[in-house]
Design a protein around this ligand. Structure first.
Ligand code: PBG
Length: 322
């Protein structure tokens, strides 16, 4: 049947009817808000390439997290920026590491807010790579025990979810085993399963001071041209014990999100990364696009593609509008 019997515009005539037939609904409950935590107190240092985002000392992170929770956002994910970086990333698994301190404070003050610990070494190594470097190469198997140790130390601090983002092979299994050995068998893992070697991480690396000092991350993160490989990575991580999986970045990989969603039975998260955020902010600051409208369109597209959860720097802005 076609026109004039079929008239699609009948269901678009008013806000009320459009709302009735709307297929995707964005909500603050979908968001995980990323925060960058630094040492010190009363620090609120703007990240130049990410307007509205700051490097926060723990006391300030607490205020920001309180805001997030009051807007209906259920979770935050923490990235630590230590004062001291070294070859073995010792700040990542230090008992009094900056993230460990932040987790303890957040959980004490806001017990129902879910605190996700990003597990990676790149913010803590002096060379900026995500693992231990041997002979100019990131050493996969030597990195696994350090990732496991980092996960256990964040678990001890009180993290609710463990999120490995390093892209070493076998890290989900290594982390699962270590958590279980330390009686954290009930703590879930959200793995960055399909993480691409993306140019969209630029602003994050400025914020976290984690750009690699030599080479790049293409030897461990995925080739943007591949999608079949993403399904393999996802299957493997679930096999190793991942409770949820993530696709990252989000906007240039909506097809990957959709395919992963079709294939798996676990919740799927997508990371609307720093460069995606920076593009929208920059265009809006130039008056070239309408910030609120474009932001909600972007986030809706990620949810429509199949993401159950969205990690996004827009979380507070979006939640205020929803
Ligand atoms: C750590 C990590 C990165 C991001 C999240 N975790 C950076 C990277 O891989 O270089 C990027 C997030 C963003 O760009 O918003 N490995």
């Amino acid at each position: 049947m076609s026109f004039p019997i079929q008239r699609s515009r009948r269901l678009r005539r008013s806000e009320a009817i459009r709302k009735m037939v709307q297929e995707t609904e964005l909500s603050a409950a979908d968001f995980i808000y990323p925060m960058f935590v630094v040492e010190g107190s009363k620090v609120r240092q703007p990240v130049p390439s990410m307007p509205g985002i700051y490097n926060l000392s723990v006391d300030q992170a607490l205020e920001e997290a309180r805001q997030a929770q009051s807007l209906g956002i259920p979770a935050v994910i923490l990235f630590g920026i230590p004062n001291h970086k070294d070859a073995r990333a010792s700040g990542a698994y230090a008992e009094d590491g900056v993230v460990q301190k932040a987790i303890r404070q957040l959980k004490k003050a806001l017990p129902t807010l879910q605190v996700v610990a990003d597990i990676c070494l790149c913010e803590y190594t002096d060379h900026g790579h995500c693992g231990v470097v041997t002979n100019q190469d990131v050493d996969n198997d030597a990195t696994l025990p350090l990732l496991a140790q980092t996960a256990v130390s964040c678990a001890r601090a009180g993290a609710d979810l463990i999120a490995p983002s390093d892209m070493m092979d076998g890290r989900v299994a290594a982390i699962r085993r270590a958590l279980d050995e330390h009686r954290f068998e009930s703590l879930p893992i959200l793995s960055y399963a399909a993480k691409y070697a993306s140019g969209f991480y630029g602003p994050f690396r400025e914020a976290a001071q984690s750009a690699p000092q030599f080479g790049d991350r293409r030897g461990y993160q995925m080739d943007p041209a591949n999608v079949r490989e993403a399904l393999k990575e996802v299957a493997q991580d679930i096999d190793e014990g991942a409770d949820m999986v993530m696709v990252k970045p989000a906007l240039p990989y909506l097809d990957v999100i959709a395919k992963v969603k079709e294939r798996v039975d676990v919740p799927v998260a997508a990371y609307n990364v720093s460069g995606e955020y920076a593009m929208v902010k920059a265009a809006a600051q130039n008056g070239w696009i309408d910030y609120s409208r474009v932001m909600l369109e972007v986030l809706t597209s990620i949810k429509r593609a199949g993401a159950d959860l969205i990690l996004t720097y827009h979380a507070l802005d979006a939640a205020r509008l929803l």
